[in-house]
Design a protein around this ligand. Structure first.
Ligand SMILES: [Zn+2]
Length: 172
């Protein structure tokens, strides 16, 4: 099964960054009309993620696959989406997309990033990735633990949700 692609409304920017880290193509548009979001989701075959019940309903009437995101914390939102779409998250830099711009990353040699990262970082790490869109360089720095912790939290929530009686979702 190919990975679902997402389109997120203006309230879900943080969630978009998490989905990208977990390797999903997650576009995030701010300051666009509901109509533009619906059109883009249809045109690009993206699942709409929104916190706006009116937008959610309108999108579904137009045949868009839409999911109303209700969770408060990012981990809750991620668990909701995974449960509904039956997907798993993993963090693998080969699959990750740039949290900043959604473009895929590619592994680069240490030599290629010389001068592009702080000297201490250059010395301390062996593996680097570069965004094919905006050129930002990534490595498994201090944020890495935070990512793994969030992933664990999401998996815990998901286990609980999957064993609890279904609440039923208003989604396609
Ligand atoms: Zn980028």
């Amino acid at each position: 099964m190919s990975r679902p692609k997402f389109l997120l409304d203006g309230m879900l920017g943080k969630l978009a960054r998490w989905l990208r880290i977990f390797g999903f193509d997650a576009e995030y548009r701010r300051a666009v009309s509901d109509e533009e979001l619906i059109e883009a989701a249809l045109r690009e075959g993206r699942i709409l993620l929104t916190r706006d019940i009116d937008l959610h309903r309108r999108a579904r009437r137009r045949g868009v696959r839409s999911l109303l995101v209700e969770g408060r914390a990012e981990a809750e939102k991620l668990a909701e989406i995974a449960e509904h779409l039956n997907i798993e998250y993993e963090v693998n830099p080969r699959e990750s997309r740039c949290p900043r711009c959604d473009a895929p990353l590619r592994p680069v040699s240490k030599e290629e990033v010389r001068g592009k990262v702080p000297p201490g970082t250059y010395k301390a790490y062996e593996d680097f990735w570069i965004c094919q869109g905006c050129g930002k360089v990534y490595w498994r720095g201090s944020h890495w633990r935070n990512i793994e912790e969030t992933l664990e939290e999401v998996r815990d929530l998901l286990r609980k949700r999957r064993t609890a009686p279904s609440k039923g979702y208003e989604a396609s």
